[in-house]
Design a protein around this ligand. Structure first.
Ligand code: SF4
Length: 431
């Protein structure tokens, strides 16, 4: 039996696709690309924006049209939030939400016997179990993602995710450490800790915290690089910052979402910090880890964002010298508090502000790269001309094609410092 997966959305979805694939592999399936013929197609959906929903529906319809005889299984966040719409798409055979995806192998067998649509979407709002998964290799990634928790308790006013994922559930530390050790044994150089709200790890555990998990992880023999995919500013405790500063395994990079640089907007977003607190903490991090790259997310055009709020945001961003901004125009998400606000921002104003921030991003990234002479790079992929990778400071770089560098950590000299096209020269292969 052949199976194909199409994954939309974030790193957690990538991880979860791999975990479901692991179970199908154990059941004797062969994996093919979604563009090839398969007996079963699994679409792992995303619902973070209304566009995420639309894209998920488009992929589902395309795969049904191309493969009317195949079994079509739809899982993940969009399936959890809106099973009614998915059920109504002619040709969808199985719908499973964000809970107990390990049942999918069995559901496919059941569908094959009965040929009747199956729907397994139940309430997640009180779900307290971390569904155990185990991934020891990734089909398309050189860096390994390791899911350490699920769910979020924050309920930021623009975000639907807590409704799709339920409350914070931390993975058993033993299971995290076992999986990390297996990944290292399988040759992965870098592990990226992922979750829906990664920094929430441990808040539901007794006597064990994110700090302790990080401490235990860096003692795994052979682990060369550890990265936290994203963490909130108020979850970066003094202990964690000191650990990152003194440990050679930690990537010299933190991704800390700011979302807005205006206190009024942060409050309307229901974020749990002020700009002053954010700036103060960034200063403290930089004092302890001087050359650290700090990247961030910002949302532009949140309801009620005036020209003055936007100016405040730009000034605030400049003071923190981020090495990269991920700029998102605010997108109204049905089912969230912010979608009900009357003062929505006009699309033209939003795109002018997005462009201004993209320009600011260019300045910040250029400044950061201008200061870099050497980078520690994990090379990942190649095309006909170049081999590409990410530095520990999360700069995307290239060097003339040399596929023997794949999955190697290499010290490189920076040759061209154009932030969109950073060329490096190999100095020394480290790992
Ligand atoms: S922290 Fe806020 S933005 Fe992030 S998943 Fe939770 S509710 Fe959404």
């Amino acid at each position: 039996m052949n199976i194909a997966f199409h994954t939309l959305g974030c790193k957690v979805n990538t991880y979860e696709t791999e975990s479901v694939w692991t179970l199908f592999e154990q059941a004797g399936y062969t994996r093919v690309k979604p563009s090839e013929y398969a007996d079963v197609y699994v679409i792992n959906t995303c619902t973070v924006t209304n566009q995420g929903d639309a894209k998920s529906r488009k992929v589902i319809r395309q795969l049904i049209k191309k493969n009317p005889e195949a079994i079509i299984a739809v899982m993940g966040c969009y399936a959890q939030i809106d099973p009614d719409t998915i059920r109504a798409i002619d040709g969808v055979d199985i719908i499973i939400g964000t809970k107990q995806r390990e049942r999918l192998v069995m559901l496919v067998e059941e569908y094959r016997r009965k040929r009747q649509q199956i729907e397994e979407v139940t309430d997640v709002s009180r779900y307290r179990v971390f569904d155990e998964t185990h991934v020891t290799h990734f089909t398309e990634n050189t860096r390994a993602f390791l899911k350490i928790q699920d769910g979020c308790n924050n309920f930021c006013s623009y975000c639907i995710i807590p409704f799709a994922r339920g409350p914070v559930r931390s993975r058993d530390p033993k299971s995290v450490l076992q999986e990390a050790a297996d990944l290292v044994r399988n040759g992965y150089q870098e592990i990226v800790l992922t979750g829906i709200h990664t920094g929430g790890y441990g808040t539901d555990l007794e006597n064990y915290s994110l700090y302790q998990l990080l401490q235990d992880l860096i003692h795994i023999e052979g682990l060369n690089r550890l990265r936290i995919s994203s963490i909130e500013i108020n979850e970066l405790t003094d202990d964690i910052i000191s650990l990152i500063a003194r440990s050679k395994q930690f990537a010299n990079h933190l991704h800390i979402p700011l979302q807005s640089g205006s206190d009024a907007i942060l409050q309307a977003m229901r974020r749990k910090y002020t700009t002053a607190q954010f700036q103060q903490r960034i200063q403290e991090i930089r004092q302890k880890i001087p050359n650290i790259a700090i990247t961030t997310d910002v949302i532009v055009g949140f309801p009620g964002e005036t020209d003055d709020h936007f100016l405040e945001m730009k000034e605030c961003i400049k003071t923190m010298a981020f090495s990269e901004l991920h700029v998102f125009p605010y997108s109204k998400r049905n089912g969230t508090k912010a979608a009900l606000l009357s003062n929505q921002i006009n699309g033209v104003v939003k795109s002018i502000r997005v462009n201004e921030l993209l320009q600011l991003n260019e300045e910040l990234a250029t400044n950061y790269i201008a200061q870099q002479e050497e980078l520690s790079v994990l090379f990942e992929t190649s095309d006909d001309q170049y081999t590409y990778g990410h530095s520990d400071t999360y700069i995307y770089v290239k060097t003339p094609r040399n596929t023997t560098l794949h999955n190697q950590i290499v010290t490189c000299t920076v040759v061209t410092k154009n932030y969109k096209d950073v060329l490096v020269k190999i100095k020394k292969v480290e790992q």
